[in-house]
Design a protein around this ligand. Structure first.
Ligand code: TRP
Length: 444
């Protein structure tokens, strides 16, 4: 299969004050090109059901995903990541309430469950089943490097505790469960916030490794789809809007409370009439996420002309409210009829499982979970696997650094990474990658 070069679907942009919130290395990745008849793209996204939807969820995930679902040639998958919720939340009432609120939010925002796949993760038993199959091809070292796990380690070390103190294995396995969510439906694109890019890269790694080990194109390799400028919204305190920072603005606040919340966003102490820099302002960053290009340009000028913070916040409130008010009404009606939402999710799960079941059947056969009635694997199957053609490392220049790729005999790119200071370091890393691809140690 021919491979096209993409950059993760992520465009470089001018660094702003908020760029560091989303800092991540840009790795070169390679996306499979699809034959003409398979051009239908699959877009999949999930939201963890631990909290109340906030403006950041809306701007970063719900809105772009719903917009994408209206494009011709797109099949959309939306789901409630309730298994992921259990990693961080042991309050059952909260998981249930959040599931209801998030489902109602997507429906209120224009999701058409007839046209898309809309389901709850825990209604698809093929997902945990795939999680285990993937777990057994995932390098433990890959999971050691996951940002969320490492952050938890670092926090423990800072407190002088054991690195793994209080960390459940669910947090550690989180990237594998997420890979299963994506790979079970062979999704091409995953709209997520920048903080999730590493998880998508891991899903690619894990899918690639399974394909390689079991010698087939079982999985499509997904790409992160980041909507530029709006993907991470600053919260009340200027840091990324996130449940974990406790700085969110809930999506469905009644009008009056929404206005109050927006007036409470922190700003600097510049006086009214002082010219202000929109690129340093969280008010402007949020405004831009809701406004058209023209409206944003007008707001830019207002900043240069020294609009006062109070006025800027009022304009921000009006812009947000104009977008949310009609949906807020639908949301309130939906929340009052949880049974209807349950029915929609049930239909969605049935539809989704029709896709998941044949794939799981193929995967079970691929790994050897087979009926004993079937003729057992011939010696030639084993021999073919042992004779798998050698991998080849290639080092090349990438901008002002060096990069490597690992090719198989058909020149498929199995792994690639950039940012090395010299060719020797790139080659050493290529050999490491090849080593871990071919000799994952298995427990006996
Ligand atoms: N980890 C995602 C988040 O916290 C939620 C999620 C779970 C997800 N599985 C997914 C997102 C699969 C996209 C695709 O935002």
């Amino acid at each position: 299969m021919k491979r096209g070069l993409v950059r993760n679907g992520v465009k470089r942009r001018k660094p702003s004050k908020y760029a560091n919130l989303a800092a991540h290395p840009l790795h070169l990745t390679f996306a499979a090109e699809f034959p003409e008849h398979m051009k239908q793209r699959r877009v999949l996204t999930g939201i963890t059901t631990t909290g109340t939807p906030h403006l950041g969820n809306y701007v970063g995930a719900i809105r772009p995903a719903i917009a994408a679902s209206r494009n011709a040639g797109v099949e959309s998958f939306y789901f409630l990541a309730d298994y992921h919720a259990l990693v961080k939340c042991d309050d059952p009432a909260r998981v249930q309430r959040s599931t209801l609120e998030i489902a109602a939010s997507w429906l209120a925002c224009g999701l058409d469950p007839e046209k898309v796949y809309f389901y709850r993760q825990s209604d698809i038993p093929e997902i945990p089943e795939l999680t285990w199959l993937l777990t057994c091809v995932t390098a433990k070292g890959l999971l050691n490097r996951a940002h969320a796990y490492k952050a938890a380690n670092d926090a423990n070390r800072e407190k002088g505790e054991d690195a793994d103190a209080g960390i459940n294995a669910g947090l550690y396995m989180y990237p594998v469960l997420m890979a299963a969510d994506i790979l079970i439906f062979n999704a091409n694109q995953v709209p997520v916030g920048r903080d999730q890019i590493q998880h998508i890269e891991m899903a690619r790694d894990i899918g690639q490794r399974f394909n390689h080990i079991y010698g087939g194109e079982y999985f499509t390799l997904p790409e992160a789809a980041i909507e530029d400028n709006v993907a991470t919204l600053p919260g009340l305190d200027g840091r990324k809007m996130s449940k974990s920072y406790n700085n969110t603005i809930p999506l469905w606040l009644p009008e009056k409370e929404m206005r109050k919340a927006i007036l409470g966003i922190v700003t600097n102490s510049q006086a009214p009439s002082e010219p202000k820099n929109p690129d340093e302002s969280n008010i402007f960053a949020i405004y831009q996420a809701f406004a058209s290009a023209d409206e944003s340009a007008t707001m830019r000028r207002a900043f240069a002309d020294g609009i006062g913070w109070g006025d800027a916040k009022q304009k921000l409130f009006e812009r947000i409210n104009a977008e949310l008010a009609p949906m807020r009404e639908k949301y309130e009606a939906l929340i009052d009829k949880p049974g209807d939402i349950e029915d929609a999710l049930f239909v969605g799960a049935r539809k989704a499982r029709e896709l998941a079941q044949p794939l799981i059947a193929r995967l079970r056969a691929a790994v050897g979970l087979r009926s004993l009635r079937d003729a057992h694997a011939s010696a030639s199957e084993t021999k073919a696997r042992l004779e798998k053609p050698a991998l080849q490392p290639v080092v090349f220049r990438d901008a002002d650094a060096f990069a490597f790729k690992v090719l198989d005999a058909k020149k498929n790119v199995l792994a690639t990474k950039g940012g090395f200071a010299d060719p020797k370091a790139a080659m050493a890393a290529a050999r490491d990658a090849m080593h871990s691809m071919t000799s994952l140690h298995r427990a006996t």
